[in-house]
Design a protein. Structure first.
Length: 161
């Protein structure tokens, strides 16, 4: 792959990361920074997890979440205490797809779009995890102000990182 091709892939990621960071930095609510990280996991076409060796920009909102700017989407990764998950109402979150997984065993799936919330709670109840990780999925072109508001909502609902 040539440098021009790589720049064509990475420049939009760089622009998006800076756009998001600029929304969080002047805030008196959050402290944020960003860097480039590899080693993220995604599912392949057969549903198996594979590690991505290439770096993507990640905006870290200290204490609350990581915002990962991927090639095709943005994910907001955060967590919630297992006990809170058992009584949490996810009604507010119906319009944003998400997955839930183990924090100790991050390849353990507890919730995906093909499960019901009662199956989700059963999975969490059976687990030995103390915390449950969440990845909320957004379109890569989503508005940085909307992401900011969503992170504020997560903070108000007890999510942390």
């Amino acid at each position: 792959m040539e440098t021009d091709e790589l720049n064509g892939v990475y420049y939009p990621l760089y622009i998006k990361a800076n756009e998001i960071l600029k929304r969080f930095v002047p805030s008196r609510i959050f402290e944020a920074e960003y860097g480039w990280y590899n080693g993220h996991y995604s599912k392949d076409q057969s549903g198996q997890y594979v590690m991505d060796y290439f770096p993507i920009p990640v905006v870290s909102v200290k204490g609350f979440c990581d915002i990962e700017i991927g090639l095709g989407q943005i994910t907001v990764s955060t967590k919630l205490k297992r006990k809170q998950v058992m009584s949490f109402s996810f009604d507010e979150f119906n319009n944003i797809p998400f997955e839930a997984y183990g924090v100790e065993d991050y390849l353990a799936d507890y919730y995906s779009a093909d499960l019901t919330f009662s199956q989700f709670r059963e999975n969490v109840e059976k687990s030995k995890e103390k915390e449950i990780g969440f990845s909320f999925v957004f379109d890569r072109d989503c508005d940085s102000g909307m992401l900011f508001d969503y992170v504020k909502l997560l903070r108000c609902r007890g999510f942390y990182y």
